[in-house]
Design a protein. Structure first.
Length: 89
């Protein structure tokens, strides 16, 4: 455990940031799983909304440094491809 007050504050901040980053990563994973499930269930209207939410979450995570920009773009691209497979049918 830290002894100095500044170190204690730094530890508190690090814990908050780690929790916030974890929540953002979890949201991205959950949305990705929901999209895949909706594509398999052929729910086109639901897929559109979920893709939009996933793209927003990925952009936000990339902007704040939770994931890298190229990682966010790659994931958005893959999710969009999966969604388009259903929407084009």
């Amino acid at each position: 455990m830290p002894i100095k007050e500044a170190s204690k504050k730094d530890l508190r901040q690090a814990k908050k940031r780690a929790e916030r980053n974890f929540q953002r990563r979890k949201l991205i994973k959950d949305l990705s799983k929901k999209i895949i499930k909706a594509v398999k269930g052929k729910e086109a209207d639901k897929v559109k909304d979920l893709v939009r939410l996933a793209q927003k979450a990925l952009d936000k995570a990339a902007k704040t440094g939770v994931i890298k920009k190229n990682t966010a773009n790659r994931r958005k691209s893959r999710l969009t491809i999966k969604a388009n497979q259903l929407l084009k049918k």
